[in-house]
Design a protein around this ligand. Structure first.
Ligand code: FMN
Length: 337
C-alpha cells in the first residue's frame, strides 16, 4: 500500500499560487465518475480547455445511454471551473453541442474566488462504508441544497426515515435485477482492481482497498468475488448502509439530454464538495436509476411526472477510506485543433 498511498497523495498535491494549466487539469481528473473509468479527454489551449467525452471508456451494460458518462464529465467540468476561479481565471463554461458532447471552459483571467469547495477537491471521496446514523443539522442541509443549485437540475433531500426506507426499497429492487444479469456482474468485475499493484498499473477502476476489502492476487479476487457477490448479501449491505446514513440526495435533470446530464454532474459535484467541506461523506446508491422499470417507479413515487431521477447518493458521517487513483494527466490530453 505504500506506493499506492504515495501515488494517491501525489495526485492530490496542493497547487502553487500560480498553477500551470496541467495542474488545474490534474485537479479536474479527481472528479467522481462511474466505475472510475475516467471517461474524459482535455484539449488544453492558451486560455481555454475543451473537455471531451472518451466514449472508449463507457460502461454499456450499466449505462447503455451514456447518461452517467456525461454526469461524470459534468463533475470534471465543475471541478475545473471551481479550481480555475480559485486561481483567478474565469471558469465560465459552455456546452456547445457540436455533436461531440464537449464542454468549453474559459480560463482567461477573471476575479479570484477561493471557496471552501475548492479546498475540498483534494479531500472528496466516495465513502462506501457504514455511517454513524447521526443526523445532519438543518443549517448544513440548507448549505448542501444551496451549493447544488444549478439551472436545469432539481435536488431532493430525503431525511425522513420512512421516506429513506422507501428509496431503499427501490435500491433493493434495482440491485436484485442487476445481480441477476451476468453481463452487469462481468462488467463490474472487469473494473475492480483487487490489489494495489493492479490499481497502480491501471490508474483507473475500483480498487478493493477503497471499500476496506483486503488485497489479493487478481485470480483469487475474481474467484472470491464470484463466491461472495450474492444478491442477498448485497441487499443486506445496502440496507445497513442506507439506515446508517443521515439522508439521501436525488438529482433530477429537467430533460434527458447530454446538456442536462452534464448539469446534473455539476450539481452533484458541488453537493459533494460542499458536503466534504462540512465533514459529511457520501456514496452512490444508483441502482434505481440504472434499471428502467425501477427508475419509472421511483419517478412515480417522487411525483415528478415525465422527468426521471438521474443520480442518487446517501450522505452522513464516517471516517475516510483510502483515496482512489487516477491516470496521469498526460494520458487524458487531447491534441488542440
Ligand atoms: C455518474 C456516477 C455514477 C456512479 N455510480 C456509482 C455506483 O453505482 N456505485 C458506487 O459505489 N459508486 C458510484 N459512483 C462513484 C464512483 O465509483 C467513484 O466516483 C469513482 O470510483 C472514483 O472514486 P472517488 O469518488 O472516491 O474519487 C458513481 C459516480 C458517478 C459520477
Amino acid at each position: 500500500m505504500e506506493r499506492y498511498e504515495e501515488a494517491a497523495r501525489g495526485l492530490r498535491a496542493a497547487l502553487s499560487a500560480d498553477p500551470a494549466m496541467l495542474d488545474l487539469v490534474r485537479l479536474a481528473t479527481l472528479a467522481p465518475n462511474g466505475h472510475n473509468t475516467q471517461p474524459w479527454r482535455f484539449a488544453v489551449g492558451d486560455s481555454r480547455v475543451r473537455l471531451l467525452p472518451d466514449l472508449t471508456r463507457c460502461t454499456p451494460v450499466v449505462d447503455p445511454d451514456d447518461h452517467h458518462l456525461y454526469v461524470g464529465l459534468g463533475c470534471a467540468a465543475e471541478t475545473l471551473a471551481v479550481a480555475s476561479r480559485a486561481h483567478g481565471r474565469s471558469g465560465d463554461m459552455a456546452f456547445d453541442d457540436r455533436g461531440d458532447g464537449s464542454i468549453d471552459i474559459d480560463l482567461s483571467p477573471g476575479a479570484a474566488a477561493v471557496s471552501e469547495l475548492y479546498h475540498a477537491i483534494i479531500r472528496r471521496q466516495s465513502t462506501r462504508s457504514l455511517y454513524d446514523a447521526v443526523d445532519v443539522p438543518s443549517g448544513d442541509l440548507t448549505l448542501l441544497e444551496a451549493a447544488a443549485a444549478v439551472d436545469g437540475v432539481s435536488v431532493m433531500l430525503v431525511t425522513d426515515r420512512a421516506r429513506c426506507d422507501a428509496v431503499l426499497e427501490h435500491v433493493i429492487d434495482g440491485n436484485t435485477v442487476q445481480m441477476a444479469d451476468p453481463a452487469f456482474v462481468r462488467e463490474l468485475q472487469d473494473w475492480i482492481r483487487f490489489n494495489p499493484l493492479d490499481a497502480l498499473s491501471a490508474g483507473d477502476g475500483l480498487f478493493s482497498g477503497c471499500v476496506g476489502a483486503p488485497s489479493m492476487p487478481t485470480w483469487l479476487g475474481k474467484w472470491l468475488f464470484s463466491l461472495v457477490f450474492r444478491t442477498g448479501a448485497e441487499n443486506r449491505k445496502y440496507t445497513k448502509q442506507v439506515r446508517s446514513s443521515a439522508g439521501i440526495a436525488i438529482f433530477v435533470g429537467d430533460r434527458q439530454d447530454k446538456d442536462h446530464w452534464i448539469r446534473v454532474g455539476r450539481s452533484f459535484q458541488r453537493f459533494a464538495l460542499q458536503a466534504t467541506a462540512l465533514g459529511i461523506r457520501h456514496a452512490h446508491i444508483n441502482q434505481p436509476v440504472e434499471v428502467p422499470s425501477v427508475r419509472a417507479s421511483l419517478a412515480d413515487w417522487l411525483g415528478i411526472g415525465d422527468q426521471k431521477p438521474d443520480l442518487i447518493v446517501r450522505f452522513g458521517y464516517a471516517p475516510t477510506l483510502p483515496m482512489s487513483l487516477r491516470r496521469p494527466v498526460a494520458a487524458v490530453l487531447e491534441a488542440v485543433d
